[in-house]
Design a binder for this molecule. Sequence first.
Ligand code: IPM
Ligand code: MG
Length: 356
Amino acid sequence: MQAKIALLPGDGIGPEVIAEARKVLEAVASVKGHTFTFIEGLVGGIAIDKVGTALPEDTLALCRAADAVLFGAIGGPKWDDPTAKVRPEQGLLGLRKGLGLFANLRPVRPSPALKGASPIRPEVLAGTDLLVVRELTGGIYFGERGRLNGGSVAFDTMTYSVVEVERILRVAFELARKRRKKVTSVDKANVLECSRLWRETANRVAQEYPDVDFENLLVDACAMHLIRRPASFDVIVTGNMFGDILTDEASMLTGSLGMLPSASLAEGTFGLYEPIHGSAPDIAGKGIANPIGAVLSGAMLLRYSLGLEEEAQAIEAAVDQVLEEGYRTQDIAQEGTQVVGTAEMGDLIAERLTQG
Ligand code: IPM
Ligand code: MG
C-alpha cells in the first residue's frame, strides 16, 4: 500500500527517537512491499524559534494532507517561562483540537523482558495488560479560563456534552470487545456535575454492550487500585485531565516511560501517534534516548490508521526480540544487559524485521 506519513519531531530527544521510528517503518515497508512517503513539519519550541508560533499553519495543513502523523516531543527549559504568550504545549493542544483527535489510547503492558524494572512488586504486576482511553479534546483543558479581580483570582472550567461522552465511551467499548471485554469508566461523580453527566451517559452506552463487563470507579479510588490491583483492569475510559494524571501513574507499572506508545484518534482512521515520554532536555543530543516508545507508536500507526495489523505485530515482536536478546538503552539497563545508543537500538529492531 501507499501511505503518506507526517513527521513532527519537535524538541529535545524528539528528532532522535523519530529518526529511529522512521527507520523501523522503512524496514517494515521494504519487507512487506509498501511505500511510505514521509513529510516533515515544525512544531513546539523549534517552531516558536523559527516562525514565532508553536503550531504553524503549514504544519496543520501538512498533517491534514497525510494519512497519519508521527509526533516526537515538545518543550524544554528554553521555552519554560509559564507567563510566556507562546508555549510549546500549544503546538500539541492545537494539533489535538485542530485535527479532532478526541480519543487518546495509552496501552500499558509491562514487557516480560523488563521484569523487575517497575517499582511495583512482580506478584502485584503479574498479568497486567491495560489500555487507558482518555478523552482528549474536551474537559478542563479546553474550557473557558481567565483571571478576575485584577489578576488575583483565576478560573478554569470543565465542560462535557453527552455527545462527547458517548463517542469516547463507544471507542472504549469497541476496543474492549477485541480485548478482555471489561470497561472501567472513571469520574468524580460524587463531586462534579460533569462527572454525573459522564456517569449517566456511560451507564446508558454500557447497555448497548451487554457482552462487555462494565463498572464505574471514582478517580481517587482508581489511582489507588492501579497500584493495588493493576491486573484487574482491561480498558479504563476517562476524561481529559483524569486521563492525563492516571496515565503517568500507570506508566510506572512498566518502570520505563521511554517504552510506552500512544495513539490519538479522530473519527475514521486518521490519527497522531507519539511516545508518551517528553522531550528529556537533559539527555537530548547525546544519542542515548530510548527510541522504543516512538518505534511502538509507529506500530500503532500501522494498526489504527493504515490497517496493517500484521506489520504492527512484526514491529512489536522485533522489539520484544531485541529486549530478550539483552540489548537496552541506558534508561532500562539492568545487570547483565548490553547498553546501546538510540541509533543502535533502532538498527537492531530494523535488522530483526528485515531478517524476518
Ligand atoms: C500528555 C502531556 C500533555 C497533556 C501536555 C504536554 C500538554 O502531559 O500528553 O499527557 O497534558 O495532555
Ligand atoms: Mg501527561
